[in-house]
Every structure is written in structure tokens, then in C-alpha cells.
Write a protein that binds this ligand. Structure first.
Ligand code: VG1
Ligand code: CO
Length: 546
């Protein structure tokens, strides 16, 4: 190697176990000497071939993004990697990174993001490895990285100059090639290959067709500006909060009713836009709103699946669909009607990868504002927004009509998630243990006005590689199709976050105009009592309801 490379002695950290989506910790933890370096070396050590390997690298632009990329560059050259493709300014949304890995057939990618977690010097940072299919590494690989991190004694890093990440072009550092590429262009082209942009453009010219997109000061800003304001000719300002900031303007870059307040206010006002949407820190989540209506992510997945035939990229039909276990069963009903398979997976996009690669599914989604398809191997926020716009244009209908028609045909799965954030880990674990111990005894018994049909701890066997993932959430299913699910978050960085997912199924017309929280009240009460939430967490109400 013609670089000055050092082999640095280090000691393992014992907390580098990736969670639902990569390793997420406070920035301060990542800034400790050797912390990031150890994890990057652990990733490199688990790559099948290190010499000459090619990786895509980019992140959501949060605090520490640029510093981390410079470290990865110096470690890549010291370890003999072949090439890094890096988004300009270090910026790549998660779905666009997935696309680049696939397009350039690299050996994978490193995505720097803590997604919806807040950013800044006192907030969170994250890193995750994606495999050559463009998707988040499956558990087999995250486990291998974790065990490598626990026995690491040294890492390699070159003493090298900083690479100017803002300048497009090719650089060399020792034997490592570096290409700084446009972060947006390839992604924008991919979207244009899936959707009818002419039809959307024409439709948006019509009367009262103003749209609003809240980029939440996060990574989708430049993508949304380009796609909405340049390609689709929407007026400037259509994408707002569009400049990625190191701390996301101090907000929570999570597109939901609680955190995208500015957008929600506009959408629930008389002269507001007729369509609104938002995306998260790393651009893989989406929130869809029409005037005076919020579409739950579970309904959104079902509606996209039911109407896919009118979208150019999906007109040949869907191979199948999948949803994470806590996501409502709305899409199951659509799959049944279409005569296609519907898979139920654990939480986290990594579980969809095998199904997508095997061609078993075309669309998939999660209740946590994540929707996607086989075009990449991550969920994709702007893709979902464009899918909706294409749908509105093809049907010439506002969001509210499309949702109401869907419920008329399939019934309504009223849905909400209650989060108890940053509770003490011991209490949260005891709650789950106590519930697990009593769950099988609930079967056949009444709970309030409901009768328990099944109660179990969700376990998943991957239909492609037979790998088994246990303890993926406690579920209580009732005879009328209603459901309560309990699980602990795998993306939080402080204490534990208890998530309770409530779902009630109804075909009553009167319920189609009712508030979801009213419909779910009896289930919320049963959840609180059955899990003894106040007893174990000391809380009497959730921190966030989405
Ligand atoms: C949450 C969501 C999950 C999502 C994950 C990553 O995980 O519930 O559905 O896949 O975040 O999303 P958890 O373990 O906290 O419930 V992202 O956009 O933050 O990468
Ligand atoms: Co995200």
C-alpha cells in the first residue's frame, strides 16, 4: 500500500449490536476514540472479499455525517478496498443508496443515518451495512458483524488528506478510487421509469391542485426540490423545510401527525393544499394526507396494492405483497381479492429482502410510515408520494374519495400506535415477560367486550432461507378481527420504548366517518389493563400517538 497506513490497537466495545435498522447511539458515543472505527472494521472484516471491494457510502446529512465519511474513506484505503461511490456532500437518501448499490452492482453500501431519531451533537447517529442486493443486511450478517466487533483487537486506517465531498468527480487515495456522484440524478430517473410523470404534471396543472411536501429539514429536501419543482413543474416552495440541516432544525424528523405539525395544520385548513406529504431523516418513510384526511400507512399500503394496475411500473400485476406483523391486515384483504400471497414478517425492512429477491412480492410496507416495492430494497418515501400522485391523476379523484371507496369495498381497519418512550428498561422488560407468561392463558377468554382467539409471541420462519426469528412481538387477536400487539422498539437510544399497536376492523358505514381513536378506545383500555402499563412503566398515557 502506498498510503501511510497504521494498524491501531483497540479494545472491543460490547454494545455494538445492530437493532431494527443498524447501530444507533448518541453522537457522543460514536465520538469516543475507536468507537466508529471498530464498527467499520467489523463490517470490513465480514465482507466476503475485502481487496478491491466496491461500496456505496452516504448518509442523511445529520451531525457527524461528514466526519464519519472521512473516517470510512481512510479506513477503506488502508484495508485495500477498490472503490467508494459517495453522494455529493455525503448526502444519499436510504432508498437512493439502495438504488446505487443495485445499479452499480457494488459489494454493498454503508448508510450513515439514525433515520427518524433527532440529530445534533447531543442527539443520535447511526450506521448500517447494506448487502449487494441493496437491502439492509439480514440478521445472519448483522450477527456476524456484532460478533466480530466483540473480538476486535485492531483496525486499519490511513493517514490521508480530506477528500472534498462537495466536488463531483473522481479521486484516488492510494489504490482506492473514490467517485463523488450526484445524489439525486439516478434516483430521479428511476422514479420516472416507474410513474407517468406527464400524466402527473398535467393533473397538477389543474385548478385547486396545489401540493405541499415537508422534507423536515432532512435528506429528501434536494430530491423533492428536483422532482417536484424541476421535473413536475410545481411552483417553488412546494417542497418546504427542504434544506438538510445538521440537527433537522431541532425537530424530530419523523413524518407523522405528532411531528410534522406545520404540514398537518395546512392540510386541515380550508384553503390548504389538496395533497400533502412528508418524509423522514433518511427519506425512507412517508406520510400521506389529503385535504382534511390522514391516510394511515397500513391503509396506504392496501390502497396502493388495490390500485397498482393503473400505475405504469406495476401494470403487469403484483407477484405478492408483504407487511410487518404489527401493520394492519388491510392489505391482507386486498391480497385475498387479487388472489395473491400476503406474507407477514417481523418489524424491519431487512425481513422483506429475501421475498423481494425471490420475486415473491412486489409491494410491501410497515405501519411506521414505510412503504416500498421491488424497485429498491429499502422502503422509499418519495416513491410512495409519487405513487399516490400518479393514482390521483389516473383516477381524477381526491384522496378522501379514494380512501372512502376502499373502505366501502374492503371494510376499515381502524388503526393507531401508542408509544411509551424512554421508559426504564427493567420495567419494560418485566411488562413483556409478565404478558408473555400469561398470554396463552388468555385464549378463549373474554377481554372487555372482545373474545380472545389467539395470543402468542410472533415467530417468523423465512420462507426462502428457513432462518428463524423469535420473540418479535406479543399479539392478542380477537374473534372479530381486532388486535393488540406489544413490542419493544429496536431503534431507540435511551431506556426502552414500548409500542402498542391497536387495530379494530369494521364494516359499519357509520364507522367510516368516525375518529379512529374513538373506535380504538375500548382496545386501548384492554391493553392498559392486560399489560399493567402503569404498574410497570409508571406512565398513565403514551408519549406519542400515531
Ligand atoms: C422502527 C419501526 C420499524 C422500522 C424501523 C426503521 O423500529 O417500528 O417499522 O422499520 O423503525 O425505520 P422500532 O424497532 O423502533 O419499532 V427507519 O425509517 O427509522 O430506518
Ligand atoms: Co428512515
Amino acid at each position: 500500500m502506498d498510503q501511510n497506513s497504521d494498524i491501531i490497537s483497540t479494545k472491543p466495545f460490547n454494545d455494538q449490536k445492530p437493532g431494527t435498522s443498524g447501530l444507533r447511539k448518541p453522537v457522543k458515543v460514536f465520538q469516543q476514540s475507536h468507537y466508529l472505527e471498530n464498527f467499520v472494521q467489523a463490517i470490513f472484516n465480514t465482507l466476503p472479499t475485502l481487496k478491491g471491494a466496491r461500496l456505496v457510502v452516504g448518509g442523511d446529512g445529520r451531525y457527524y455525517n461528514r466526519e464519519a465519511i472521512q473516517i470510512i474513506i481512510r479506513m477503506a484505503t488502508a484495508n485495500g478496498l477498490g472503490e467508494l461511490l459517495i453522494g455529493q456532500g455525503g448526502i444519499l437518501s436510504t432508498p437512493s443508496a439502495s438504488h446505487l448499490i443495485r445499479k452499480h452492482q457494488t459489494d454493498g453500501g454503508i448508510i450513515l443515518s439514525a433515520s427518524h431519531n433527532p440529530g445534533g451533537p447531543d442527539k443520535d447517529f447511526g450506521i448500517k451495512f447494506n448487502t449487494p442486493n441493496g437491502g439492509p443486511a439480514p440478521e445472519k450478517i448483522t450477527e456476524a458483524i456484532y460478533s466480530e466487533s466483540k473480538q476486535l483487537k485492531e483496525y486499519r486506517i490511513a493517514e490521508a488528506r480530506e477528500i472534498d465531498l462537495d466536488k463531483l468527480g473522481k479521486f484516488e487515495l492510494g489504490s482506492l478510487k473514490i467517485r463523488v456522484i450526484d445524489s439525486v440524478a439516478d434516483y430521479s430517473n428511476l422514479m420516472q421509469s416507474l410513474f407517468d410523470f406527464d400524466q402527473i404534471r398535467d393533473y397538477l396543472q389543474g385548478n385547486d391542485r396545489r401540493i405541499a411536501f415537508d422534507a423536515m429539514h432532512a435528506v429528501t429536501g434536494p430530491y423533492a426540490k428536483q422532482i417536484f419543482e424541476q421535473v413536475l413543474n410545481c411552483p417553488p416552495g412546494t417542497a418546504f423545510n427542504a434544506e438538510p440541516l445538521l440537527d433537522f432544525g431541532g425537530g424530530h424528523p419523523d413524518p407523522n401527525l405528532a411531528h410534522a405539525k406545520e404540514l398537518v395544520k395546512q392540510m386541515f385548513s380550508d384553503n390548504g393544499p389538496f395533497f400533502g406529504a412528508a418524509s423522514d431523516g433518511d427519506g425512507d418513510r412517508n406520510m400521506i394526507l389529503g385535504r382534511n384526511i390522514f391516510v394511515t400507512p397500513s391503509d396506504s399500503l392496501a390502497i396502493l396494492a388495490a390500485n397498482a394496475a393503473v400505475i405504469p411500473g406495476y401494470k403487469h400485476g403484483l407477484a405478492g405483497v408483504a407487511r410487518s406483523m404489527p401493520t394492519s391486515a388491510a392489505v391482507d384483504r386486498v391480497a385475498e381479492k387479487l388472489g395473491i400471497e400476503c406474507y407477514e414478517t417481523p418489524t424491519g425492512w431487512k425481513f422483506f429482502g429475501n421475498l423481494l429477491d425471490a420475486g415473491k412480492i412486489t409491494l410491501c410496507g410497515e405501519e411506521s410510515f414505510g412503504t416500498g416495492s421491488d424497485h429498491v430494497r429499502e422502503k422509499d418515501g418519495l416513491w410512495a408520494v409519487l405513487f399516490w400522485l400518479n393514482l390521483l391523476a389516473a383516477k381524477q379523484q381526491p384522496v378522501i374519495n379514494i380512501v372512502q371507496q376502499h373502505w366501502q369495498e374492503f371494510g376499515r381497519n381502524a388503526y393507531a400506535r401508542h408509544d411509551y418512550e424512554e421508559v426504564e428498561s427493567d420495567g419494560a422488560n418485566s411488562l413483556m415477560e409478565a404478558l408473555r407468561a400469561k398470554s396463552s392463558g388468555l385464549i378463549g377468554k373474554p377481554l372487555g367486550a372482545f373474545s380472545v382467539q389467539y395470543a402468542d409471541d410472533f415467530s417468523y420462519t423465512d420462507p426462502i432461507d428457513d432462518s428463524i426469528s423469535n420473540q418479535q412481538g406479543l399479539r392478542i387477536g380477537f374473534e372479530d378481527g381486532s388486535r393488540i400487539v406489544f413490542r419493544l422498539s429496536g431503534t431507540g437510544t435511551q431506556g426502552a420504548t414500548l409500542r402498542i399497536y391497536l387495530e379494530a376492523y369494521t364494516q359499519e358505514k357509520a364507522d367510516f366517518s368516525a375518529n379512529a381513536h374513538e373506535l380504538l378506545k375500548p382496545l386501548a383500555e384492554i391493553a392498559a389493563e392486560t399489560a399493567q402499563i402503569t404498574h410497570f412503566t409508571g406512565r398513565d398515557k403514551p408519549t406519542v400517538i400515531t
